[in-house]
Design a protein around this ligand. Sequence first.
Ligand SMILES: *Cc1c(COP(=O)(O)O)cnc(C)c1O
Length: 396
Amino acid sequence: MRTVYVDNAATTAMSDRAIEAMKPYLKSVYGNPSSLHTVGQEAKEALEAAREKIAKCINCTPREIYFTSGGSEADNQAIRSAALNGAMKGKKHIVSTAFEHHAVLHTLKKLEKEGFEVTYLDVHSNGLVTAAEVSSAIRSDTALVTVMFANNEVGTIQPVAEIGKICRERGVIFHTDAVQAVGHIPVDVAAQNIDMLSLSAHKFHGAKGVGALYVKRGIPLRTFVEGGAQERGKRAGTENLAGIASMAAALEEACECMDDDSQKLIKLRDKLINGLLKIPHSKLNGDLSSRLPGNVNVCFEGIEGESLLLLLDAKGICASSGSACTSGSLDPSHVLLALGLPHEVAHGSLRLSLSTENTEDDVDVILRETPAIVEYLRNISPVWEELEKGLRPHLI
Ligand SMILES: *Cc1c(COP(=O)(O)O)cnc(C)c1O
């Protein structure tokens, strides 16, 4: 049976170019970039070449890039750093949204326990926050605004440039978790007024366990991994050079191909959305126009997303009900709840996240299999029976 992998928001397969780029650093160029000898310096040159490529792709200088173990670490370091630096000036308030990734939300929860106050902005039913709402939440003691660039579940793209502009005017640091955006849609930290930005290689066909934090020059960054002087003293530990090389190559490739890839993905995405919405009592989650090219997120009333996933998997279709991080828990997605969906509707969600490796055939397989599975699950669902008998009202 053919596998149709449509869970690219969880992780992607590495591209050939990314694999080729990492190979030399697994064997021949094995030096430690901190060593002063020739072998080490060769590694150091490769490290700096990768930094330069990544900086170019998001329009910053190489000195503003700090390599990390991934998006989660970058989020943690950015937020904690800005919070603790703010606290030194008596600023202990942070503005964020209710539908951030858990790498952000859990960091904020922890800061709340440490005496910080966080305003979580509501997200509109279309999956967007507005710059005006961010503006009204900012106070004189606000140390940081952290709003994600694109949401990992519903794919909505936030008005980052406007939010950044407001933060600049108000003198507040602006961090954005751009893990779903970088390599997929245009990101320009200068034009978009971004002070700190997190990215992760495995979301754009690079290796897992490697990412970067961009920090605008002049903004102080705290160290949380103590040790050697790597990353200009901000993040100790021998660099994952092979992974970093793959990240640079993957990002370069993603940026070169972005226009063509987006066009292709949007076609597949919209065909999927149109096809799936033909299923009665279904609904698209998240705005259609301000949306990642590869994201589909729909709810089907009267079914459990988890059951749907298992049956799709049995047909070779690998999808998700939302975030990989919440799977295993029985709670519905915090993102869908933040959009105002009732619990019972949020439970029946399906996220399909496409990459350029997907084909029209994949879309056809999904559109062939899904309606029958939804119907099967509804036929054995006591909730659906009540809905059909009119004992409870349809919500979608
Ligand atoms: C995947 C993801 C992360 C975590 O990145 P890792 O590299 O897996 O730690 C953070 N934020 C968003 C929006 C993500 O999609």
